[in-house]
Design a binder for this molecule. Structure first.
Ligand SMILES: Cc1ncc(C[n+]2csc(CCOP(=O)(O)OP(=O)(O)O)c2C)c(N)n1
Ligand SMILES: [Mg+2]
Length: 328
């Protein structure tokens, strides 16, 4: 695989995306500790930022994203508006879905992310529909669907892979193998340790990548997206990463081996890339701190925006049920 050279600006962008995602979710962690501040379950992707930043940065503007219950990173990397995203998570009427979706059912058509589903394994069949529409209209666009190692064991995912293999649909399947599905290990629900090898059975290339190495994720995404975009059908990427927090913020990881957690903390994608950029002289310590402070300021201002907003009125409960799913 030939790797496209990444410019300095692009490297800084990858880092900035990851920092913003981390700061955004760290703020959600803090808000969760305040009583009645956030409704519902908060599911975060701390430790998995390189997957979101690496894959999404390889997309073209009209490509479509289908995400799942762990979606904030995907949406932020794609450029979702921080204010309306935070307002939605706080169930406010100014939210991206008018406060009716919350964190688990976010839909951001403005950035071609029409659906996230918290039903495990529901995303890939939805992606088949989106990719069929792209193919039917002779568009040069790709649909990317993110799902977990647990979802990879769902029948719906296998059916989606099979159908997209038959119809040669432009889908990039991104399996974020984060070592956990709830409190289950992959060996408890997966008959193979190499989920990407299943791709071969559905007529598509399958590759795995260090999911904590943002540039490696970016390069592999670009190559596989090119495969999909050129009419060769779907492709499958397994990103090997780790879920650093509990399944949701209510889960205190009592079942997680502390040494394993500490070992993965050392492989943190942001710390690693931060050091790599420092070593290469791409950024100095002051510039990095500025990026971190800017991200914190943007998140703080999103919280202030959300705080200032009202909850939706009860008489709007049945409006906005149908939406224009994505830009043509
Ligand atoms: C069909 C279905 N079964 C079970 C659940 C409950 N559930 C929510 S997330 C989850 C684990 C999913 O694991 P994985 O696909 O690896 O994604 P991760 O949470 O690790 O990102 C489960 C079992 C659900 N939401 N939907
Ligand atoms: Mg998982």
């Amino acid at each position: 695989m030939t790797e496209k050279k990444i410019s300095t600006d692009f490297k800084i962008r990858l880092f900035t995306h990851m920092v913003l995602i981390r700061k955004f979710e760290e703020k959600i962690v803090a808000l969760c500790r305040e009583q009645y501040r956030l409704p519902g379950m908060q599911i975060l992707a701390n430790g998995q930022e390189a997957v979101a930043a690496g894959v999404v940065s390889a997309l073209e503007p009209k490509d479509i994203i289908v995400s799942n219950h762990r979606s904030h990173g995907h949406l932020l990397a794609r450029g979702a508006d921080l204010n309306s995203l935070m307002a939605e998570i706080m169930a406010k009427a100014d939210g991206v879905n008018y406060g009716k979706a919350g964190t688990l059912h976010l839909s951001v058509p403005e950035i071609n992310a029409p659906m996230t589903s918290t039903v495990v394994g529901a995303g890939p069949p939805l992606a088949v529909g989106a990719a069929f529409a792209q193919q039917y209209q002779n568009l040069n666009d790709v649909t990317v669907v993110f799902f977990g190692d647990g979802a990879a064991a769902e029948g719906s995912v296998h059916e989606a892979m099979n159908l997209s293999g038959i119809w040669k649909l432009p889908i990039l399947f991104v399996c974020e193998n984060n070592g956990w599905a709830g409190a289950q290990r992959p060996e408890d629900h997966c008959a193979t340790h190499q989920i990407h090898k299943r791709a071969q059975g559905y007529g598509m290339p399958g590759r795995s990548v260090d999911g904590n190495d943002v540039e490696a994720v970016y390069h592999l995404s670009l190559a596989l997206l090119e495969h999909c975009r050129s009419g060769n059908g779907p492709a499958f990427m397994e990103t090997l990463t780790y879920r650093m927090r509990g399944h949701g913020e209510q889960d205190h990881q009592h079942y997680v081996d502390r040494q394993e957690l500490e070992a993965w903390a050392l492989k943190c994608p942001i710390i690693r890339y931060r050091q790599a950029l420092l070593n290469a002289g791409v950024l100095d310590e002051a510039q990095i701190q500025k990026i971190e402070q800017d991200a914190e300021a943007r998140v703080a201002s999103a919280v202030a925006f959300a705080d200032a907003g009202a909850y939706p009125e009860s008489d709007t409960a049945l409006t906005d049920v149908f939406v224009q799913a994505f830009k043509s």
